[in-house]
Design a protein around this ligand. Structure first.
Ligand code: MN
Length: 717
């Protein structure tokens, strides 16, 4: 069992000036409040906080963090209160314990919405002080190490969660050993039989393996020493889970002892020597094409650096080699903690980690607008756990993007302005669609145009958080600017008819009198409301004259922003304009759009928005500046009148058949007109009340099958 003195000794090794007294008091307090509690293993509960503190010491954390590790379960699981922790250990320790208490109950395997929300909460807590996450990871690691005491159900659930959330987080923070251990423990928990089997086989080949490792290390050390490179070489077993993954993906059994070994050359020398060592390894054994990765020149997003190569080894087998300097090795093992300093008290200042965790804050910032939890979770996962693709700018600079990125993601990665005006892209010299996926080694050239602005359909294919968030913001501000401009024009025109001017609107209290709901907080908000038809110009004038606003319903949420986000009742039109349900909408008589038709809106002066089918001929005549996104609400089931024309032979009984078909499809006929021509043909024109385009198409198809019917069409003028 780990003792407090071991922890204290080890902290002193890397931080001789640490506040031992704080640690000691935290230990004594934790022992006191956890007294009498037991873990599932039957051991005293105190073992858990001690082990967690021990893991934090492995990560070379400061005494505040280690103390918080000792105390991390006190508020959650004992009678201790946060006030007491703060009084006894100061606000910094209390802040960490509070953060941990808040996320203590978070589970990620619940319904997806809740999962996303929890994830967001955890990221938020973490972003305030990364040590909260480090303690959480240490907590999880010790729980994983003692997983065998849990019930089968919980074991698998916790292991899944570890694989999906915590191992990737450790990876993102660059704490390699922890990521590996978490993954291996989780693998064991989920696949105990397979894990036992692999271990059994590995044990059986132990001697062969040792002599193989000796042989390879012998050859490498000799050659490297001849070249004057000082190294230590490790031959190590791969992780169970990666051995298993390899067996699965290559369909191999574990008979080849070489398959489970990887070599690592760690150089005591300058960065450049990694390439010398690589050259030597490649001159002894032939490299396998396509397997060389230079993470020294191009570090991974978590700052991992190493050369990776695969060669054909002494027995004709594939052999993986990693090459790195001692410094890179240290950094790969310790991750973010490798860069922390203790002597100058830098860690105590809350700002030192700013740069290292800027990615975390940035991530939250990009995603705070994502209301849809699914989208939030997916996008955050892409950003947090990226599988990268490396592409080049025309000048040969390398850009690392999440796998699956498109030229638009690339453009936004270069610069927001490049992204915003991205009009086309060339990949390897050829024009490609903006939605195409980039591949490793592509050279990407973005073609910009000052007249190009982010388009809504870009959101269908971009995958990086930065691109998504910038596109969204831009669309919002363009639409906002457009609506403000129109609203102002409408209102000015209306005011000219009265004795008021825009100046009157700017007087104190006038906007409030117009009603917060319609006026909003600023004049711009009012313009915008006018252009969306939430309030008409005439109504503004009426209120200026002293008319009262009707009392808003009591349960109505207060408006905070320009577009009040809380769900208003669904619009009776069944249309959302620019995402808003409460917009005054009319439908173009020319094309009578139905739910299901692709539609587009046009802002009219003073009469809200007119909605047309996207391919209506009218659309091309109207001012493109007045276009606005419109879409059907998913559950829109409001019957709307459209016209259908049926051409047929002039036969007795045919009309009856057609009307029967229509009414048995539960569609109401508003009016019917019939004309006959000299050539024995009849034209029946029906006004029908239809709820959506699918039922219309179905009934038109049925009519078309009636004998004597020559054609059925939906009428658009
Ligand atoms: Mn715990």
């Amino acid at each position: 069992m780990l003792r407090f003195n071991d922890i204290a000794d080890r902290v002193l090794e890397y931080d001789s000036g640490c506040d031992l007294l704080l640690l000691q008091r935290a230990y004594v307090y934790s022992a006191k409040v956890h007294h009498g509690q037991e873990r599932l293993s039957g051991e005293p509960y105190l073992i858990h906080p001690l082990e967690v503190a021990g893991i934090l010491v492995d990560m070379r954390m400061d005494e505040v963090c280690v103390s918080a590790g000792l105390l991390h379960d006190t508020v959650e699981d004992t009678l201790a209160s946060l006030e007491e922790i703060e009084r006894l250990f100061g606000d910094e320790v209390a802040f960490l314990v509070e953060g941990l208490t808040k996320i203590a109950k978070i589970e990620f395997t619940s319904v997806r919405e809740r999962q996303a929300e929890n994830f967001r909460k955890m990221l938020l807590a973490m972003s305030k002080d990364i040590r909260i996450l480090l303690i959480k990871l240490a907590d999880r690691l010790h729980n994983m190490r003692t997983l065998k005491f849990m019930s089968d159900d919980s074991r698998v659930r916790i292991a899944q969660e570890t694989l999906e959330i915590y191992a990737p987080l450790a990876h993102r923070l660059g704490i390699h050993w922890m990521k590996q251990e978490l993954e291996e423990l989780a693998f064991r928990a989920v696949n105990p039989a397979i894990a036992d089997d692999i271990e059994e086989r590995i044990r059986a080949k132990r001697e062969d393996r040792d002599s193989y490792i000796e042989e390879v290390i012998g050859i490498l050390s000799r050659e490297l020493a001849n070249a004057g490179v000082t190294v230590r070489i490790q031959g190590r077993l791969k992780d169970l889970n990666s051995i298993h993954a390899k067996m699965e993906s290559q369909g191999i059994s574990l008979d080849e002892v070489h398959d489970v070994i990887a070599f690592r050359i760690i150089i005591d020398g300058a960065k450049e020597e990694v390439y010398t060592a690589l050259g030597i390894a490649h001159s002894i054994w032939r490299p396998v094409a396509g397997r060389f990765k230079d993470y020294v020149a191009l570090p991974k997003p978590n700052n991992y650096q190493s050369l990776h190569t695969t060669v054909i080894g002494p027995h004709g087998e594939r052999m993986e080699i990693q090459i790195r300097t001692e410094e890179m090795h240290r950094s790969a093992e310790l991750g973010i903690a490798a860069h922390w300093k203790y002597k100058e008290g830098e860690l105590r200042g809350q700002n030192t980690d700013d740069e290292k965790f800027a990615w975390l804050r940035q991530l939250l910032e990009w995603h705070q607008d994502l209301a849809d939890p699914h989208e939030f979770l997916e996008t955050v996962k892409v950003d947090l756990f990226p599988e990268e693709v490396f592409v080049f700018t025309p000048r040969g600079e390398v850009i690392a993007l999440a796998r699956g990125s498109t030229p638009v993601d690339f453009a936004f990665a270069i610069h927001s302005e490049v992204g915003a005006h991205c009009a086309g892209a060339k990949v390897n010299g050829k024009m490609v669609p903006l939605r195409s996926r980039l591949a490793d080694g592509d050279t990407v050239e973005v073609i910009t145009s000052p007249n190009q602005y982010p388009r809504k359909d870009w959101l269908d294919f971009v995958i990086t958080g930065k691109a998504r968030s910038r596109i969204r913001n831009s669309i919002r501000s363009i639409e906002r600017a457009r609506s403000v401009e129109l609203g102002r024009a409408i209102l000015e025109k209306e005011l000219r008819k009265s004795d008021f001017t825009i100046k009157d609107l700017q007087k104190d209290g006038v906007l409030a009198k117009l009603g917060r709901r319609h006026g909003g907080d600023s004049l711009e908000d009012l313009y915008s409301s006018v252009s969306y038809g939430r309030i008409s110009g005439a109504e503004v004038v009426r209120r200026l004259r002293g008319g009262e606003e009707p009392e808003p319903a009591p349960d109505e949420p207060p408006k905070r922003r320009l577009f009040w986000r809380p769900r208003e009742p669904a619009s009776t039109s069944g249309i959302r304009v620019s995402g808003q349900p409460d917009v005054m909408v009319r439908f173009g008589l020319c094309c009578s759009p139905l739910p299901g038709d692709e539609v587009i809106g046009f802002v009219t002066r003073g009469r809200g928005v007119t909605v047309h089918q996207k391919d209506c001929s009218k659309v091309f005549e109207l001012d493109p500046d007045r276009r606005i996104d419109a879409e059907w609400e998913l559950d829109a089931k409001v019957p709307r009148k459209i016209t259908v024309r049926v051409r047929s032979l002039d036969r007795k009984g045919l009309l009856a058949k057609v009307t029967k078909t229509i009414s048995s499809a539960a569609i109401n006929i508003g009016a019917a007109r019939i004309t006959t021509s000299q050539d024995q043909k009849a034209i029946h024109t029906f006004d029908l009340w239809v709820t959506d385009v699918d039922s219309l198409n179905a009934v038109m198809k049925q009519i078309g099958r009636i004998k004597g019917v020559l054609g059925v069409e939906r009428v658009r003028s």
